[in-house]
Ligand binder design. Sequence first.
Ligand code: NAP
Length: 310
Amino acid sequence: MANYVKLGKSDISVYPIGLGTNAVGGHNIYPDMLDEEQGKNVVRTALEHGINMLDTAFIYGPKRSEELIGEVIKEYKREDIVLATKGAHKFVGEEVVIDNSPAFLKQSVEDSLRRLQTDYIDLYYIHFPDEDTPKDEAVGALKELKDEGKIRSIGVSNFTLEQLKEANKDGYVDVLQAEYNLLKRDAETIFFPYTGKKEISFIPYFPLESGLLAGKYNKNQTFTDLRADNPNFQGEKFQANLTKVAKLKRFAEKYHTEIAHVVLAWYFTRPSVDVIIPGAKRPDQVISNMRAAEIQLSEEDVQLISDIFS
Ligand code: NAP
């Protein structure tokens, strides 16, 4: 087992591999392909194999991911689980708008607590920034909830560096969650210097670029879910990405493992990345990805892998 790490400046200890659950009840993200019982088994498998952090959000489903997780965690000791969820999406009729106002965030936390059937959330994120609310005011609302014991730590997601700095004016932000993977590395120059200095854990999402970095696709593959709109899965770019991923095969062989694990292990060599949350649609993917925590890449291989994707 790998060592536990702390989330930001909090006293919350997490296993360095968590579970991303946008495919657990995430019917709006992966239409027509999610079996809810299998989703619950994905969560159970994670918890039974030593993962303690679950990453969900109001908008996964919407609501359904939180509800299913709420059902599963009742089967375990609450204090053994680090529950992370996010809010900011507001339904106005059929339309979804982003709202970071203190009143909306406070209501969102109450609603998440009810769906998750718990009386505290370990990490609550503002999922996306709105245009109007000063970010220190938004985080100030979460700080009040933290003082009331309803949440234990504060995260922001999809913020620009300027928004993050404003959000962290009083030093209350523990975690930044943003897109980062071998195919999208701008966080290294934009965020890592700041998150490193301010003791903010950087949690990358799409660590496997929705499966592309797992090394299992071929050039004839087509997609109908969120991947259909992702330029990395289109045309020449897709072909070029497949060529780069294929170069990871020799590292997988050298470490007697799979390409996905080499990719995930590489993130732990990044300065601000303490925790990763790969998603899974099946229990076997959860177990498989946990192997990444056991791989120690040599410095030379870390650089060679970086160069392939630079
Ligand atoms: P990801 O981790 O990059 O990819 C997960 C997908 O890769 C799985 O659904 C599975 O899809 C495939 N996969 C996983 N393990 C594999 C393995 N060992 N071998 C082969 N394929 C494997 O993408 P993600 O799940 O979308 O992102 C991770 C988490 O980040 C999410 O679950 C969510 O919690 C969070 N997230 C947050 C935001 C945000 O705005 N803050 C945005 C996106 C995601 P297939 O089986 O279909 O290939």
